[in-house]
Write a protein that binds this ligand. Structure first.
Ligand code: UGA
Length: 426
């Protein structure tokens, strides 16, 4: 299906990707946001998000007249066929998702929409929200959770592994599915509560897998095993697979931390005991402290006045997003104990205000004046640094690699002491 009239509320990485990709598929899209500066810059084709391919799609959509950006309510709202809600649902004070942005949009639009318009909830919302909204407004409501990864949003939208649409109105759900014009992705058409739960269940499963592997890495260090060999051995079992088995300083970002808390809040409200989820979150909270302990041990007990260079600040490689970044959690702990911090990240401009640290312009700057270097994000450029050259100067720093991204032999041959994750090197 092409040529549908679509309004998307929210121009964050989900809303903007959805809007730009639907425009490319031949739909007529208006994308609304409450941030005037964002609307103005997007209308000029300027995209501030670090998402490969997104700027080109926005420029094309604007150029072809298939994509527009507006502040507040679009004037043509009463004529659109679909409204997509892609506004944030951050963690509220009780751990549950805060729905105020979703509710604010609904209260403004529900009198304006035609009866045939389908409201599609793409924001991650607690189970039962779609049914509740359906009771509030006259037109059909469909849950269509998104599974885009930051840094791969356009690719994931264009080649989705699955499209999930859930509604009590199956015809409306199928109409939403048809918008994607994709017959390669597996489709799940379900009731709305199940669709909402697929999203939480998936993100929480990924978080659980990561907490499991981080706990295994800790165990490997104690029993002198090697996490790389262990995960390789595990991953050869097709039922386990090889993804999401890389240990690190904890999982972060704008989704996994929020969604694990929200599902736990949902389970608690439903009086369902879910200790697995509780342990997943608890294990993650321990990770920055574990890194901290390693750094302390590396310098003989105290980090006070120790110069520490942090390599990688974003919550993962391939994004400029610092939200809920484990790297910043580690930086906070180090600063609280009096360390002097310098940080480098390929996606964080030099001189940026990032918590307690001074952001420098090259990895070399972060390494050369440090007593300890902590690798916190798995940027490939750290592996490709000329470690031999970096090791030339006097007083080589100890390196703590929380992502196991550095080439062990090269770094050690260059004379550095390297402390890896999930394996003993000494
Ligand atoms: C996550 C999900 O992967 C997406 O499917 C989902 O659509 C998205 O949340 C969302 O709900 O919007 P994202 O937040 O972009 O995507 O981040 P991930 O790629 O899942 O990474 C999360 C964290 O796990 C990062 O801190 C990353 O460094 C860490 N991680 C990931 C590891 O430590 N090891 C791994 O092997 C993989």
């Amino acid at each position: 299906m092409t040529g549908a009239r679509i309004a998307v509320f929210g121009a964050g990485y989900v809303g903007l990707t959805t809007a730009a990709c639907f425009a490319r598929l031949g739909h007529d899209v208006v994308c609304s946001d409450v941030d005037e500066t964002k609307v103005t810059t997007l209308s000029r084709g300027e995209v501030s998000l670090h998402e490969p391919g997104l700027t080109t799609l926005v420029e094309q959509g604007l150029g072809q007249g298939r994509l527009r950006f507006v502040l507040g309510l679009p004037t043509e709202l009463s004529e659109v066929d679909f409204v997509f809600l892609a506004v944030p649902t951050p963690t509220g004070p009780d751990g549950a998702a805060d729905l105020s942005a979703v509710e604010a949009v609904l209260s403004q639009i529900h009198d304006v929409l035609s009866d045939e318009c389908v409201v599609v909830i793409k924001s991650t919302v607690p189970v039962g929200t779609t049914r509740r909204v359906q009771r509030m407004i006259g037109c059909p409501v469909v849950s269509n959770p998104e599974f885009l990864r930051e840094g791969h949003a356009v690719e994931d939208f264009t080649h989705p592994q699955r499209i999930v649409v859930g509604s009590e109105d199956k015809d409306a759900a199928r109409r939403v599915l048809a918008l994607y014009a994709d017959d390669t992705a597996s489709a799940v058409v379900s009731d709305s509560a199940s669709a909402e739960l697929v999203k939480y269940a998936s993100n929480c499963f990924l978080a659980m897998k990561l907490s499991y592997v981080n706990a295994l890495a800790e165990l490997c260090e104690e029993v002198d095993a090697n996490i790389e060999d262990v995960t390789e051995g595990m991953s050869l079992d097709e039922r386990i697979g090889s993804s999401f088995l890389a240990p690190g300083p904890g999982w972060g970002g704008s989704c996994l931390p929020k969604d694990t808390k929200a599902l736990l809040a949902t389970a608690t409200a439903a009086r369902v005991d879910f200790p697995l989820l509780d342990a997943t979150i608890g294990t993650n909270h321990r990770q920055p402290h574990r890194v901290m302990r390693k750094v302390r041990d590396a310098v003989g007990g105290s980090v006070r006045d120790v110069r520490i260079g942090l390599l990688g600040l974003t919550f993962k490689a391939g994004t400029d997003d610092l939200r809920d970044s484990p790297a910043l959690a580690v930086a906070g702990l180090l600063a609280a104990e009096g360390a002097v911090l310098t940080g480098y990240d390929p996606c964080v401009p030099v001189g940026s205000e990032v918590g307690p640290l001074h952001v420098v312009g090259t990895a070399r700057d972060a390494v050369q004046h440090a007593d300890v270097v902590v690798v916190l994000t798995e940027w490939q450029e750290f592996a490709e640094l000329d470690w031999t050259c970096l090791g030339d100067g006097a007083g080589r720093p100890v390196i703590v690699d929380t992502r196991d991204v550095l080439p062990v032999d090269k770094v050690r041959e260059a004379g550095f002491r390297l402390i890896a994750t999930g394996k003993r090197l000494d």
